[in-house]
Design a protein around this ligand. Structure first.
Ligand SMILES: [Zn+2]
Ligand SMILES: [Zn+2]
Length: 213
């Protein structure tokens, strides 16, 4: 069964999602924002093993905890997965220098995300949806069985990701939201990179940036 621990971490209050199949104790971290040791101890206290780090995108505030997780992990290093379009951003430390944060990006991504890819965590399946606009390689992860989507910095409750940073593009972002988020069932919970959770139905009505019409 899917379990989700939400941790809000780092200098810009990024949501890290520690996800696991509690039946098999396989765990992944969606956006290990900061404080890798804390994320790891949350997993260890539950008997979970972090086998994967999944990045919605490579901004520094979503990957800043990866190095500490890898350094403190016992056994095999977690596998890092990212869309190839964000590899350059990853190599540049996630653009953190621009904001005054030089980070160690941690282990190199070795798994490339693509549209429609199925990620397995124990018996739980996550579907990768390619959603550029905030960055050129941004992806979201949808769990059909639980009707939950991890949306990174694509869409937030009553807001959307900024498009003024390198690689950002408004029309592309809007298209990603309309084709990859608003096509999900209305009751789908959206767990985003910053701020509280929302739902598809809620955002279709109230999002001031991207209306359904
Ligand atoms: Zn971002
Ligand atoms: Zn962010």
């Amino acid at each position: 069964m899917l379990e989700i621990i939400t941790l809000t971490l780092g200098p810009v209050q990024t949501n890290t999602y520690l996800v696991a199949d509690s039946d098999t104790c396989d765990a992944a971290v969606i956006d290990p924002a900061w404080d890798g040791k804390l994320i790891l101890s949350e997993a260890q206290s539950r008997g979970w093993r972090i086998a994967h780090l999944w990045y919605t995108h490579a901004h520094f505030d979503h990957i800043g905890g990866a190095a500490a997780i890898a350094d403190a992990s016992e056994g095999p290093l977690p596998l890092v997965a990212l869309h190839p379009n964000d590899h350059e951003l990853w190599s540049a430390g996630g653009g953190g220098a621009f904001f005054g944060f030089a980070i160690d990006p941690g282990p190199k991504p070795t798994i490339d995300f693509y549209q429609g890819q199925i990620l397995k965590l124990g018996n739980v399946e996550f579907e990768v949806r390619f959603t550029p606009g905030h960055t050129t390689g941004h992806c979201v992860f949808y769990v059909p069985a639980a009707k939950i989507c991890f949306t990174g910095d694509l869409i937030f409750a009553d807001s959307v990701g900024r498009t003024d940073l390198p690689g950002g593009d408004w029309d592309t972002l809007e298209n990603s939201i309309k084709t990859q988020i608003f096509t999900l069932p209305d009751e789908t919970r959206l767990l985003s990179g910053h701020g509280p959770e929302t739902t598809v139905g809620q955002e279709k009505i109230y999002n001031p940036f991207v209306g359904e019409a």
